[in-house]
Design a protein around this ligand. Sequence first.
Ligand code: PRT
Ligand code: ZN
Length: 282
Amino acid sequence: MECLKIALQKSGRLYTDSIELLKDCGIEMNLGKQLNTKSLNFPMEILFLRDDDIPKYIEDGVADVGIVGKNLILEKKKNINIIEYLGFGRCRLSIAVPENFHYTRLDDLDEKRIATSHPTLLSAFLKKSQIKAHIHHISGSVEIAPNIGISDAVCDLVSSGETLFINNLKEIETILESEAVLTSYPHMKSSKKSIAEILYCRIQAVKRARTNKYLILNATNDNLEEILSCLSGSPTVLPLNNTKWIAVHAIIEERYLWNKIEKLKRLGAKDLLVLPIKKMMI
Ligand code: PRT
Ligand code: ZN
């Protein structure tokens, strides 16, 4: 039987969320020290790799799909599809300089040495901005470079900003926003494509469930129109026995939750219940 090969990071920042995502998609697997394993209930083989190698494996069709940071796909200049943004592994690629560097504008980087693990992206940014700086390519611990005198600035991934802070660096320009993405081999044969389509549908259902909540409230008929206009989609309105009260059930996007709840309360909504959604198929 045909089997979809998926490449995941074998350890590191994307590992746990990638495994969690597959589990939420109902894909079961035994995890151990092995570098590949077959799912127990889905036609999928999971390959565990270093994240740097994933774009190339996808480009060559060694793996059919993969989960990797968008930053790496762009850095490695791979011609592969981005199917879905996954909402984890969020970070930005930023230029930072020592706290005592008097920075006012990009021109201040002219002729400076910048250490980075993302030379392609940095070089494209400098070219676009017409800055002539010297790129010093290093593969890890980039933030230490100015402290040991090998660069004047750095260009590295930042999430909380703590590493920059600890190393006395300040962020001055963001050149890319990134997160983990599902990527795919562009020339997948149709038998594999049909398995991939099932995976995409499941991932979308999980993503929707993660970003939405199920809302139940009670209200009187008086402000029903305003209450419904506050809720998107097609809320369900159910009359409550022998009263002028009704119950409203709706899906609500998590990012608007608190603002909407406060507005609904002002409109007279009572007994509000917000519940997590397990899966959301539409
Ligand atoms: O072993 P392997 O090669 O697979 O892993 P790796 O060590 O090269 O990568 P890993 O696990 O560090 O990162 C994998 C991916 O996670 C990256 O390609 C990004 O897409 C994403 N990601 C998200 C990050 C960060 N956040 C991040 N903060 N990758 C790296 N960092 C590093 C950054 O380089 C810096 O050293 O974390 C430090 C900064 O973190 P803050 O929180 O102090 O700002
Ligand atoms: Zn890596």
